[in-house]
Design a protein around this ligand. Structure first.
Ligand code: ADP
Ligand code: MG
Ligand code: MG
Length: 250
């Protein structure tokens, strides 16, 4: 599904990603961990097409297409979803209208018929039940005045509606309480299918108690320096990152 080869990216003349290689297959959940400032959010931004970052080398293939050649909008319509570390508020636009527009744009791009009003509402009801979110949230303006937990719920709901092929969840440093963690975890687990995949970017092991990853990677200084199974997350929780830094110089 996703094939990253020797990806280098810069911002303000500084190289942040320094040769990323990563393969993600359908059905898999990958966790990307690593110390603050190692480039985790940068990787997410580069994949979703944030133009602040300049890709200077490397290739990214997404479902057989050259991802770096697509606009950010087309990447989303191809089925890439990024949950933001700091979600934006859109006053005056209800979640319902926001989702209808986003979904219809996706359908048009894919050459599918747009949903009728009643089919759209049916899908909303179905997805709301799946991720367990209350109706008053979807009637309010996008993220306006939402608490941290409500923003997370909302993101998971958006994800459930758009049904991405590859979801990237950048959870780092967001100080989620246990309820918000469970919301995110339940959503991800319920939406998991053999034909989609998820990248969880997380600073902490906690989330991985609720979502069991198939692969765990450590991003350090712009490179993936270690990859293993879920046990790696526990090892990092116990021992921090110093042993990895030592392995690198040693
Ligand atoms: P992580 O998500 O792993 O904590 P980031 O990808 O946010 O790391 O940041 C990696 C490095 O890139 C840091 O040194 C950070 O200061 C730098 N960086 C990120 N965004 C910007 C930006 N907009 N302008 C300048 N430097 C940035
Ligand atoms: Mg950070
Ligand atoms: Mg980050």
């Amino acid at each position: 599904m996703l094939k990253i080869r020797n990806l280098h990216a810069m911002i303000d003349g500084k190289e942040i990603l320094r040769g990323i290689n990563l393969d993600i297959k359908a059905g898999e959940i990958h966790a990307i961990m690593g110390p603050n400032g190692s480039g985790k959010s940068t990787l997410a931004s580069v994949l979703t097409g944030n133009e602040a970052f300049e890709v200077v080398e490397g290739t990214v293939e997404f479902n057989g297409k050259d991802l770096l050649d697509l606009s950010p909008e087309d990447r989303a319509r191809e089925g890439l979803f990024l949950s933001f570390q700091y979600p934006v508020e859109i006053p005056g636009v209800s979640m319902t209208n926001f989702m209808r527009t986003a979904l219809n744009e996706q359908k048009k791009y894919r050459g599918e018929d747009v949903l009728s009003a009643s089919d759209f509402l049916k899908l909303m009801r179905d997805r709301k039940n799946l991720v367990d979110i209350d109706s008053d949230l979807t009637n309010r303006s996008v993220n306006e005045g939402f608490s941290g937990g409500e923003k997370k719920k909302n993101e998971i709901f958006q994800m459930a509606m758009l049904d991405p092929k590859l979801a990237i969840l950048d959870e780092t440093d967001s100080g989620l309480d246990i309820d918000a963690l469970r919301i995110v975890a339940n959503g991800v687990n319920k939406l998991r299918r053999p034909d989609n995949a998820t990248i969880l970017i997380t600073h902490y092991q906690r989330l991985l108690d609720y979502i069991i990853p198939d692969h765990v990677h450590v991003l350090y200084n712009g490179r993936i320096v270690k990859s293993a199974g879920k046990e790696l997350a526990h090892k990092l929780e116990e021992n921090g990152y110093d042993w990895i830094k030592k392995e690198l110089v040693g």
